[in-house]
Design a protein around this ligand. Structure first.
Ligand code: CMP
Length: 302
């Protein structure tokens, strides 16, 4: 008897965050609705990489909410936050504070696949913004606080918490609002390389940009090291995405490296506000590369 009990002790049961969770909810719904939720989740950058178990839990826990145009689904400042949402159909405006003339300040419009309402549930704070139905009929999938904590917070939002401090230090991303920065973490794919591994191959097609989390990497031009990345938050691989061109240099892990990657879709969705910074950075490459005109000049004129 005691042997059986010992066998059943899993890593999960000794993780205190998991011990406190109530049993996962199953809200009755038709097969058609289950299929619709699944389709919405696959459109969502937050959930599309989730595993089968998480998808099943989400499908079980969600229920449909429909709201006509103009209705506030969430009101800024509300302290009674109990729901988290994903948009199935229609659009929602995010409204926060007021403009100088006193009118409401609309920050963004969210489309199907977008999620909202997570902040108040994550941090136990009042609702940070108003979310208003901006289509004739908005169709949402909702879940309650307990389900959010059991399924979304544990599996998805932990990434935000993990990278919160890191993102504050990434100088490139200082042009984003703190909320935009937090959502960057949702799209991070964590990757590791061993010393000597090539992360990027010159001339190859580029699909991702990378941020260094730990370790040291180096850019090579014909096997010469032209740049070293060792500060957490340093980034590379952005040019292929910015300019739609093949990789301009090779990047190799100089030591074991921990990186986070953003794919092209995430890059295009999230990096808009810092494109000018990326372009300024691009101009610097010519100054630092031995092949670049400026670096070659002094020898010729000396
Ligand atoms: P919450 O504070 O629970 O409710 C309002 C939601 O608006 C918030 O969670 C976020 O999901 C969403 N939101 C979108 N953009 C912003 C923003 N710039 N600041 C705060 N909340 C935002």
């Amino acid at each position: 008897k005691s042997a059986a009990r010992r066998v059943s002790v899993s890593a999960e049961s000794i993780d205190p965050t998991k011990q406190m969770l109530a049993p996962k909810k199953v809200i009755d719904k038709s097969d058609e609705d289950r299929e619709r939720i699944r389709a919405t989740l696959m459109r969502s950058f937050l959930f599309k990489h989730g595993d089968a178990a998480q998808t099943a839990d989400l499908v079980n826990a969600m229920y449909e909410v429909r709201r006509p145009r103009g209705v506030d689904i969430i009101k800024q400042g509300d302290r009674e936050a109990n729901e988290f949402f994903i948009i199935d159909a229609g659009e929602c405006d995010i409204i926060k504070g007021t403009n100088e003339d006193g009118s409401e300040r609309r920050l963004v419009t969210l489309r199907p696949g977008a999620v909202f309402g997570e902040l108040a549930l994550m941090y136990n704070t009042p609702r940070a913004a108003t979310v208003r139905a901006a289509s004739d009929e908005v169709v949402l999938w909702a879940m309650d606080r307990e389900s959010f904590k059991a399924i979304v917070l544990v599996q998805t939002m932990q990434k935000r918490l993990k990278y919160e401090a890191f993102l504050e230090e990434v100088s490139l991303l200082q042009g984003l609002s703190s909320y935009e920065r937090a959502t960057v973490a949702d799209s991070f794919v964590e990757v590791r390389y061993g010393a000597g591994d090539r992360v990027i191959e010159e001339g190859a097609e580029g699909h991702d940009m990378f941020f260094l989390v730990a370790g040291k990497a180096e850019a090579l031009d014909k096997e010469n090291v032209v740049r070293i990345y060792e500060k957490p938050g340093a980034y590379f691989g952005e040019l292929a995405l910015l300019n739609n061109e093949p990789r301009k240099a090779t990047v190799r892990a100089a030591t074991a490296c921990e990186l986070v990657a953003l794919d092209r879709a995430a890059f295009e969705r999230l990096m808009g506000p810092v494109v000018d910074v990326l372009q300024r950075h691009e101009a610097d490459y010519a100054l630092l590369t031995p092949r670049g005109s400026v670096a070659a000049q002094p020898a010729a004129t000396a």
